[in-house]
Design a binder for this molecule. Structure first.
Ligand code: GLN
Length: 280
């Protein structure tokens, strides 16, 4: 974690940010994948026998809408999708993926609309007030995307610039905080609906830079010639699965399943499949 932003994690701004974004409707398309697990569903979930995952499938390579049938017929692909499928199998539950805005995906688990949120979600203190998290399964880094010819060379140069982020994300939270807390103030930051929209704003000059997680940043830069990622990292974070506050039965079951998938190499092989080692 960048020292500059450590203080921000206890700044208490997150809840307000999340609530501010909650009016946005997400689409509620869902898809299902049958379990092959033999263990049988002993867990109580929102819908019996199902494990409902809320996500924002605009976050490659963690979750994206598939052009085809998707992983195991889910209609979606990505690291989170494959890990979630493996977890559901272990728990003997049918995975149901509910795609919506990122801030909506966080709220869904808090409001009992989903059993878990898996969306490259960073664990931080503010979120821990409203929900519980499993052990971390991946690492995330906030980076800065700029046009190749930008005069922004380091994080210090972000002062006075138009910063694009995805609404409700840690990138938004860090950047929109006060300068005393290491941010640039709310007026400097726009929270777009998703990462792709933020990058679009950068491409057409509405934003000077985009602060976003490294893995999707790599994908966006690959897909949009003329963009680059600054060498300086903005913040280092842990991704975990969010569950409803106090749902220790599901939290424990997911942690046990995660540990098994970690021990047998499944999680690493899923990550390696989507993020080749040299791109990390
Ligand atoms: N890791 C970031 C966060 O949790 C962004 C996640 C996302 O955009 N899906 O805020």
């Amino acid at each position: 974690m960048n020292k500059k932003f450590l203080a921000l994690l206890s700044a208490g701004a997150l809840t307000a940010t999340l609530l501010a974004g909650c009016g946005s409707g997400g689409n509620t398309e869902s898809s299902t994948a049958e379990p092959s697990g033999e263990e049988g569903a002993t867990l109580t979930t929102i819908e019996s026998g199902k494990l409902i995952m809320s996500t924002n499938a605009q976050f490659p390579p963690y979750e994206l809408v598939s052009d085809g049938e998707g992983y195991e017929g889910t209609g979606y692909e990505g690291i989170d999708v494959e890990i979630a499928y493996a977890l559901a199998q272990k728990l003997g539950l049918e995975l149901v993926i509910d795609d919506m805005d990122f801030d909506g995906a966080l709220l869904a688990v808090q409001n009992g609309k989903s059993d878990m949120v898996m969306a490259g979600v960073t664990v931080n203190e503010e979120r821990l007030v409203n929900m519980d998290f499993t052990d971390s399964y991946a690492n995330g880094v906030q980076v800065v995307i700029v046009p190749e010819d930008s005069d922004i060379q380091t994080i210090e140069d972000l002062e006075g610039k138009k910063i694009g982020t995805q609404r409700g994300t840690t990138g938004y939270i860090y950047c929109s905080d006060t300068p005393e807390n290491g941010g640039y103030g709310e007026d400097a930051v726009t929270g777009y609906e998703d990462g792709a929209t933020a990058v679009q704003a950068l491409m057409n000059g509405q934003a000077d830079c985009v602060v976003i997680d490294n893995a999707p940043a790599q994908e966006y830069v690959k897909a949009n010639p003329g963009l680059k990622i600054l060498d300086t990292e903005f913040a280092n974070e842990d991704y975990a699965i969010g569950v409803a506050k106090g749902n220790t039965a599901l939290q424990d079951a997911l942690n046990t399943a995660l540990a098994e998938l970690q021990a047998d190499g499944t999680i690493q092989s899923i990550i390696d499949k989507y993020i080749p080692a040299e791109a990390e």
